[in-house]
Design a binder for this molecule. Structure first.
Ligand code: CP
Length: 336
């Protein structure tokens, strides 16, 4: 069975192959060949137990542009709210003949369980599980970085290339971020250097084992290291205040909560016009969305010509077309 569960399951060649396929998909879209017949007769189920705008809509658009039939399932309004289990929901989808199940779940590990418990024959794609992984977000971020930072006159899409030589700063609420975890894995697999920048209270325990640097000083990283790209993370206030993951800084710095005050956070870790001016001229600004404007990113930074945030959303459709195509019609044996 073939699945995409974690960015860590992709080696360099697999990741480059997905990005190259996504470049081909993007080319078809820009030529206004909106619909390819590739997945005609296949069924893709979008199984969302947690809210989503970008991921859900772009998987739906991607599947439809490949001519697949799409079933959208949201936990709200379904029998999940009557207590139906993931297993029984999966068995129902299996009975409906799903070829791929795109799953977002609040529990880390739920897509892995769905893929390996034997409840469905379908390919499982992780669309974000808890604080664990969001592999297609990392792929669309890598795709966007490659297009801006690795393109050459001969190959404006960067086809065949990885991200060797680029430096990406990922800034903010790393503790709760599946986007950060996925990007650290994928971007470093692709040869990029990654620096995480966060308050100590929002850095997870065990980060020392991750293949990246960690800093608590955004101004220093921008001024001294001049990153090629800065990826601002959403402050996930909905995941704070519970008994969730432990922050490295809570013990190390004696902090009592997850969060500096919003004002302090913005002052110390927010991207604003002043910090934007400190970045190198070629540097780009990414954000996975949804944004907390005025908290982790100011309106002028979000709307600046450095920001590629809307382009990330568009690139997400091409990347998800590539993933569905390679899983359902391609030659790959496994991604996890
Ligand atoms: N980036 C992202 O996962 O956004 P959604 O929650 O809107 O899908």
């Amino acid at each position: 069975m073939r699945h995409l569960l974690s960015a860590s399951d992709l080696d360099r060649d697999a990741a480059v192959a997905i990005l190259d396929t996504a470049a081909q998909m993007a080319a078809t879209q820009s030529r206004e060949i909106k619909k390819l017949p590739t997945l005609r007769g296949r069924t893709v189920v979008n199984l969302f137990f947690e809210d989503s705008t970008r991921t859900r809509i772009s998987f739906e658009a991607a599947a439809k542009r490949l001519s697949a039939d799409v079933i959208n399932f949201a936990a709200k309004g379904s029998s999940v709210s009557k207590g139906e289990s993931l297993k029984d929901t999966a068995l129902t989808l299996q009975a409906m003949g799903a070829d791929a199940v795109v799953v977002r779940h609040h529990a880390s590990g739920a897509p892995h369980r769905l893929a390996h418990a034997g409840w469905v024959d379908a390919a499982v794609v992780n669309a974000g599980d808890g604080t664990h992984q969001h592999p297609t977000q990392a792929l669309l971020d890598a795709f966007t970085l490659r297009r801006h930072l690795v393109r050459t006159a001969d190959e404006p899409e960067g086809v065949g290339r990885d991200l060797t030589g680029t430096h990406v700063a990922i800034v903010g609420d790393v503790l709760h971020s599946r986007v950060a975890r996925s990007n650290v894995a994928l971007l470093t697999t692709l040869g990029a250097r990654v620096t995480l920048v966060a308050p100590p209270t929002l850095v997870p325990v065990g980060v020392e084992a991750w293949p990246c640097a960690v800093s608590y000083h955004l101004d220093e990283v921008i001024a001294d290291q001049q990153p090629d790209a800065i990826m601002m993370l959403r402050v996930q206030r909905e995941r704070m205040g519970g008994s969730g993951e432990q922050a490295a800084g809570s013990a190390r710095h004696g902090a009592t909560g997850f969060f500096p005050s919003p004002l302090e956070y913005t002052r110390t870790f927010g991207l604003d016009a002043r910090r934007l001016r400190m970045l190198p001229e070629h540097a780009i600004v990414l954000h996975p969305g949804p944004m907390n404007r005025g908290l982790e990113i100011s309106a002028d930074a979000a709307d600046s010509d450095r920001a590629v945030i809307v382009e990330q959303v568009a690139n997400g459709v091409a990347v998800r077309m590539a993933v569905l195509y390679l899983l359902l019609a391609g030659e790959r044996e496994t991604w996890g």
